[in-house]
Design a protein around this ligand. Sequence first.
Ligand code: FAD
Ligand code: FES
Length: 243
Amino acid sequence: MKKLVSAAVVSAELLNPSYLLLTVDTGENIEVFSGQFAMLSAPDVFLRRPFSVHDADGAVLSFLIKIAGPGTRGLAGLKTGAKISLLYPLGNGFRPSNKKAVLVGGGCGSAPLLLLAKQLKNRPVIVLGGRTKDDILRQEIFARHAELRIATEDGSLGVRGLITEELKNLSTEHIVYACGPEPMLKSLHKLADEKKFELQVSLESVMACGVGACLGCVTNTRKAGHVCVCATGPVFAAEDLPW
Ligand SMILES: Cc1cc2nc3c(=O)[nH]c(=O)nc-3n(C[C@H](O)[C@H](O)[C@H](O)COP(=O)(O)OP(=O)(O)OC[C@H]3O[C@@H](n4cnc5c(N)ncnc54)[C@H](O)[C@@H]3O)c2cc1C
Ligand code: FES
């Protein structure tokens, strides 16, 4: 059940100059499934911005945020105790499976994967990738809940190369849950077709309402035609996307 709440900022911690870990207390004990997101109001911007729930512990939610523009810069400047309005939980999250789970996050696409690693029955493998080591976030906490592998394009952390290099051994017994830039998701989709593993992807889209009302986030699917990413997704079976 989604709800509009006035949440209190617990902390707004800069992990490095480009990424923020925002923790808020919503005062509500609403169950959140991994892959679901919230629309957060940010100081001085008109529309709420969508962010995946990174972690959830009762009423306390956290968000892993890349500072991109005015909304995210405003969130980074919030002080402890400040109030922000937040609509959550939104969308349909990752769907569980009995297959061996491999979680793949590109940059801040790792955001929804922590809650997923915590909610899966069996400890998954998680592959985090980015351009440089600065895009690999919260490794210690991810390593607590998953077997961690890292790939960076410049080789500054983990294996040098693209994230897909770490996934060459996958087969039909695996399910991959992925979130990150669209080119990464598309190359994973290609690999899934070759290696025949199941793939669920969390899509990003510019969103104004987050609840299927403004039609600003429409994408095409094979089964249902045009749908709103916010209401039908943001998680889709890759085979349903006509990429
Ligand atoms: C379901 C969902 C979950 C998301 N989860 C996260 C998350 O966990 N962490 C995170 O850092 N970001 C996440 N995003 C992206 C985030 O919403 C945008 O980066 C944010 O709205 C940018 O706001 P801004 O005002 O700072 O920048 P803006 O000025 O609005 O945008 C800055 C730049 O980012 C681009 N941009 C804006 N919104 C999006 C978007 N939705 N997708 C792709 N590019 C965008 C713009 O075109 C522009 O180039 C998510 C998006 C969606 C749809
Ligand atoms: S954001 Fe408004 S319909 Fe999806």
